[in-house]
Design a protein around this ligand. Structure first.
Ligand code: SAM
Length: 233
């Protein structure tokens, strides 16, 4: 079992970051390089969540807070690029009939093994080649930290795909790092500018809620947004 005392966990995370940054795709590149890099992250972690830089071992607080006021009551939810499954589990526990997918089969297998008996349907799938019957199929689409991990032209294609997954009156919940319009970004991740995260509006969705907040890390604060868009009924 990995040593999960905070210092040991952080030391392994820092070491993993340094190692992963040096691999092909770790600092950007073609979509094929990035896809292979994500798979490598999960494979090389070998069961240690400290070695998956975005894995907190729990659902993101911005999602947990939103779910407290928006229970699912059996509605369908899709967790986009679910990683190790913590956010998907939170959606299911809040009453959503939840499907969760990730490009990396290694992440899907790991999520299934972390949550045996889960009601979540975990699926390995690429965001830009989703099953056709997912189009217009979900009451809630939850996207956390995926768009910011993608570069153009994939980022714009992903926005198009996500907008198309909603049922009439369905909602899209977006959680992302953000940057000022025109500000440089030295990713990954590459925070979204307002014109990027608000592009859902040009695809027929209405912005119904946007909360700006910061996450504090040693020596820096990281601006975020949690935004909800709705498809017309
Ligand atoms: C930064 S992680 C975020 C994971 C999770 N959403 C979270 O909040 O912890 C980005 C995830 O996107 C997945 N991913 C990257 N490109 C993808 C694609 N084209 N289709 C589906 N998943 C993708 C990666 O495998 C990775 O699990």
């Amino acid at each position: 079992m990995p040593d999960d005392r905070p210092d040991a966990f952080l030391a392994r995370r820092d070491a993993a970051r340094a190692r992963l940054d040096d691999l092909t795709g770790g600092k950007g590149g073609s979509s094929a390089d990035r896809a292979e890099w994500f798979r490598t992250v999960y494979r090389e972690a070998a069961g240690d969540t400290a070695a998956v830089p975005w894995a907190d071992g729990k659902a993101k607080q911005a999602l947990v807070d939103w779910l407290a006021d928006h229970p699912g009551q059996g509605q369908t939810a899709l967790d986009v690029a679910c990683g190790l499954g913590d956010n998907a589990q939170a959606l299911a526990e809040a009453g959503y009939t939840t499907t969760a997918f990730d490009l990396a089969p290694e992440a899907i297998d790991w999520a299934r093994s972390r949550f045996p008996g889960s009601s979540v349907r975990y699926v390995a799938a690429d965001l830009i080649e989703l099953p056709p019957d997912w189009s217009g199929a979900f009451d809630l689409v939850h996207e956390c930290y995926t768009l910011q991990a993608l570069q153009e032209p994939l980022r714009s294609r992903a926005v198009d795909v996500l907008a198309g997954l909603l049922k009439p009156a369905g909602r899209l919940l977006l959680i992302s790092r953000v940057r000022a319009e025109g500000a440089a970004s030295d990713g990954p991740p590459w925070p979204l500018s307002p014109s990027e995260w608000r592009r859902f509006e040009s695809l027929g969705l209405t912005l119904v809620e946007a909360t700006s907040y910061e996450i504090t890390r040693p020596g820096r604060t990281i601006p975020h947004v949690r935004a909800v868009f709705a498809r017309p009924a």
